[in-house]
Design a protein around this ligand. Structure first.
Ligand code: TRP
Ligand code: ZN
Length: 473
């Protein structure tokens, strides 16, 4: 009930926002020729102010310096000082534009080499450059900012964003927590490449996504440089800091892995990583080639209460269990390569990752996918589990159990409905066709229909658009 009321309010706000955005576009000249400010959201009904409109962010160059908290009993607060260079390409002639930024202080904004005016309003950093930014012409936006870091929480109250820990920070930003640590167009529809450099007190390690470009130490500070050449959704960016040991190794197929394991953890905490190479090889047979240039795990002795599939380098709270390791690995194809176009489509992440856990379990000689499916279908029809609308769970239902388990059961049922051959093709084609992009539930249904030659309207209606327990196909 509470979640329905809240999502109604959010949806109404989004509708108002979309209506406002439609006005200039419908003017006689069309939106491309008349200069105007960009909008404050990407049009997501769940998070109306996440992301922005009027431009594409194509690259982020983040230069951070981070001082973790002093030893207890000092407060759990760190200090961040940073310069973010965001390369944006205007999609219309822009008189101004927004970035998302929550908390922290902005010192200066420079656009195309010239100081710009800026203002803060809620989570919006509103930038007014000296001159109009022409459509299609890339321009660098340099934001100097910083301040004290705390322990931000998402709308459900879960820790997310730049979560300060005693020995560093755990950075896990789903769904719109990247704005807690850098100015960003914080929505999956605006993927970009990243170069991230983090200076931390000597002895600590900062771990980012993608490739380790280098590290260098001077005056008691070590700067760790990471580079992500493949486009990435903002919620998948990490720059976690801790007392990590870096372990580099290569799979038999030649994929570089960089694991960061907290030195304060017992070996058992990372035992679940042991079969990572076998898992990668197995999922490649199911979902196609691993989509990125490297992989690895971050296992921290601190906790945000969950694991996150941060791109190329998932982060685990206190321990990496084998099932969770399979889950976060599967997300690299399903969630990271193809990402949700709207947050309501999150079942395409969590349903697939949970289904992949079932496949791995079966492959590894434990519970089969059929048994896991039967377990879900054994939940009584009057259980509240069946009340979540999988393809529209509401902003407070993003991580509801049904998004994962009914989502996975939906995929298993779809496999029964269209047969193994069409389903296998779908499992490869989904992350391939939408590689480095985003897609909706409607896109997924369309692809399933294309590959199976079946009309699946009623199937999707019953399984993901309607509450209540479906019948087994
Ligand atoms: N997306 C994560 C996963 O399934 C889970 C996650 C992100 C989460 N934020 C959360 C779970 C908040 C509970 C609460 O791998
Ligand atoms: Zn997941």
């Amino acid at each position: 009930m509470r979640s329905c009321v809240r999502s109604g309010v959010v949806a109404a706000a989004a509708a108002a926002l979309l209506a406002a955005a439609v006005v200039p576009a419908s003017a006689a000249d069309g939106q491309s020729s008349r200069p105007a400010p960009g909008g404050s959201g990407a049009g997501d009904a769940y998070f109306p102010f996440a992301g922005n409109s009027g431009y594409d962010a194509v690259h982020y160059d983040l230069d951070l310096r981070y001082q973790p908290p002093a030893a207890a009993p000092a407060p759990l607060a760190g200090q961040l000082d940073a310069v973010a260079t965001v390369t944006i390409v205007p999609t219309r002639h822009l008189t101004g534009f927004n970035l998302d930024l929550r908390g922290l202080e902005v010192e200066s904004v420079v656009v195309g080499g010239r100081p710009a005016e800026f203002a803060r309003e809620g989570d919006e950093l509103i930038v007014t450059p000296k001159t109009i930014l022409p459509r299609g012409k890339a321009v660098d936006v340099v934001v100097a900012y910083g301040g004290a870091t705390g322990r931000p929480t998402d709308i459900e109250g879960a820790l997310y964003g730049w979560v300060t820990t005693r020995d560093g920070a755990m950075v896990a930003s789903e769904p719109e927590g990247s704005m807690t640590w850098f100015p960003v167009s914080d929505h999956p529809t605006d993927k970009a490449t990243y170069d991230v450099a983090v200076a931390v007190p000597e002895g600590l390690v900062a771990v980012g996504n993608g490739d380790l470009v280098g590290s260098s130490t001077a005056n008691g500070w070590t700067t760790w440089e990471w580079s992500s050449r493949e486009p990435m959704a903002s919620y998948l960016v990490t720059a976690s800091v801790g007392n990590y040991e870096l372990r580099q190794w290569t799979t038999p197929d030649g994929l570089l892995n960089i694991d960061a394991i907290d030195r304060d953890l017992a070996p058992a905490a990372s035992a679940g990583l042991a079969q990572t190479a076998e898992m990668i090889a197995f999922f490649e047979t199911k979902f196609g080639p691993y989509p990125f240039s490297s992989y690895g795990a971050i296992v921290d002795d601190d906790s945000v209460g969950y694991a996150l599939e941060t791109q190329t380098r998932p982060i685990y709270s206190t321990r990496a269990n084998e099932g969770t390791v399979a889950h976060e690995l599967a997300h690299q194809w399903l969630g990271n390569s193809v990402s949700p176009a709207r947050w309501q489509d999150i079942w395409l992440n969590e349903g697939w990752a949970t289904y992949a856990e079932w496949l791995w379990s079966e492959h590894d000689g434990r519970t089969t996918a059929a048994e896991n499916f039967a377990d879900v279908m054994a939940i009584p029809a009057d259980n509240g589990f069946w009340q979540t609308i999988v393809a529209d769970p509401g902003p407070l239902g993003l991580f509801a159990g049904a998004v994962y388990d009914r989502g996975a059961a939906t995929l298993y049922a779809l496999r029964l409905e269209i047969g193994d051959e069409a389903f296998d093709a779908l499992s490869v084609e989904w992350p391939t066709r939408y590689k480095d992009s985003v897609a909706t539930t409607e896109d997924f249904q369309a692809l399933a229909e294309e590959l199976s030659g079946q009309d699946l309207e009623e199937f999707f209606d019953v399984w993901v658009w309607t509450a209540g327990k479906p019948a087994i196909p």
